[in-house]
Design a protein around this ligand. Structure first.
Ligand SMILES: [Zn+2]
Length: 310
């Protein structure tokens, strides 16, 4: 009897407290997604809230920078530099997301790689000052190259410059919710902001569960997930609540280094297109998975599409 009791207790403890699931939080378009708001107080408050939520929840996140945002009249802004320093001072990582966010589907290899190198000037220095090296690159729009040839040449360029590609598995449309949220904020429509925030959390939990399921179908197990987010007002306000949802579902927060140690990330990709999609989708397409595999992907609510339309 005693043994049965202890066995049950052990099972209970493992299921409730066992954090077998892992997620890496990654944020694009740093220092901030400002939609043209250049007010430094606004930008600082946004960064403070976002970084604060990451620190509070002990999330070893990585932020991907577009250095173009850091220049004013040809000069780097010390103010913008402080925003990035705040990420590093709190133990968070930074990576390169190109200088001006070009679309690799639309520009040449040469144009793209020139922009990429222009985008590492400051972050390389800031990381160096912290005794760290620049390692990760995130493709704008997740566009890695529409053909094998174009993707391979960029891969070779990245490798020769010491970069590791930062993939995404939990892809989502947080940027649409964020734009709708920003517009509601401009109108000081707090009721609308709350509705968007609440629906954002429901949507993100659905995405999380969807990619858990896809991972099991593809690998027979749940791989460490990499979540794509943006440095927006919405995420400054909701990263704390989002972290609670992941924790409730048994997730531990891990770094990009840690997530990429999983062998799943060495799965071959053999299909190319103009898409910007989850690596899980790319691996699935490479293994010949068809429409049925993708059919239960959660969709963005129609009112968010409308509110974020131009
Ligand atoms: Zn981006």
């Amino acid at each position: 009897m005693k043994i049965t009791f202890f066995f049950s207790l052990l099972l209970f403890i493992t299921s409730v407290f066992g954090q077998t699931r892992q997620v890496c939080f990654s944020f694009d378009d740093l220092p901030v997604v400002g939609y043209g708001i250049t007010d430094t107080t606004y930008q600082k408050q946004l960064t403070d809230r976002l970084v604060g939520a990451l620190v509070k929840n002990r999330i070893p996140a990585i932020g991907f920078v577009n250095e173009k945002k850091m220049y004013e009249a040809g000069q780097t802004s010390p103010y913008q530099e402080k925003l990035l320093k705040s990420w590093l001072d709190h133990g968070l990582e930074l990576g390169n997301h190109t200088y001006s966010h070009p679309d690799y589907n639309m520009v040449t290899y040469r144009e793209f790689t020139e922009d990429l190198l222009k985008g590492e000037t400051l972050i390389r220095k800031l990381l160096h000052d912290k005794g760290k090296a620049l390692k990760y690159f995130r493709h704008p729009f997740l566009h890695v190259g529409p053909t094998k040839a174009k993707a391979d040449s960029l891969d070779a360029f990245l490798a020769s410059h010491g970069y590791t590609t930062a993939p995404v598995t939990i892809d989502n449309e947080d940027y649409l919710f964020a734009l709708a949220y920003h517009r509601a904020n401009i109108k000081k429509d707090t009721a609308q902001m709350k509705r968007i925030g609440a629906d954002f959390l429901v949507y993100m939990e659905a995405k999380m569960k969807y990619y858990e399921k896809q991972s099991i179908v593809l690998f027979g197990r749940e791989i460490p997930q990499i979540l794509l987010l943006h440095a927006s007002l919405l995420n400054a306000d909701y990263t704390d609540a989002l972290a609670a949802i992941f924790r409730k579902n048994g997730y531990a927060f891990v770094s990009m280094d840690s997530a990429l140690k999983d062998t799943a990330y060495r799965t071959e990709i053999t299909v190319y297109g103009k898409w910007g999609i989850s690596w899980i989708d790319k691996w699935a397409l490479s293994q010949g998975k068809k429409g049925d595999f993708f059919k239960e992907e959660p969709v963005t609510p129609e009112y968010i599409n409308k509110l974020s339309a131009q």
